[in-house]
Design a protein around this ligand. Structure first.
Ligand SMILES: [Zn+2]
Length: 118
């Protein structure tokens, strides 16, 4: 059985079997790919980004590749288009005025389109 060495931030280098490592690869956004494991010493869950080199290394060690969780919230990418209107100086002033209110957080939540969807 292959032993894969990984680093726990608390315990340092630990040895894992391929089955103990979860490798998630995001085919659309390589920066969102990661691997995770439960540290065999402290049991903490350790999660680290997996670039192409790390993905290849883990795969060659027998770690199964799984797609990134499609339900996980996706980070916006720079290449992604934003279809809303441009942010103006008036918007900035409105935001400044809003933040001066004591109930600014509640007011902000009410404006969030996601809070209206439910
Ligand atoms: Zn640990």
């Amino acid at each position: 059985m292959t032993t894969i060495k990984a680093t726990c931030p608390t315990c340092g280098e630990v040895g894992l079997t391929p089955d103990e490592i979860e490798l998630r690869v995001d085919s659309l956004d390589a920066a969102a790919s990661f691997y995770a494991f439960a540290c065999p010493t402290c049991r903490d869950t350790v999660r680290k980004p997996a670039d192409a080199r790390i993905v290849r290394l883990l795969m060659s060690g027998g770690v199964a590749v799984r797609p990134a969780d499609p339900a996980a919230p996706r980070r916006r990418r720079l290449a992604e288009r934003f279809d809303g209107p441009p942010f103006t100086h008036d918007d900035l002033l409105d935001f400044h005025t809003l933040l001066a209110r004591d109930d600014w957080f509640d007011a902000l939540v009410q404006r969030d389109p996601r809070s209206r969807a439910a």
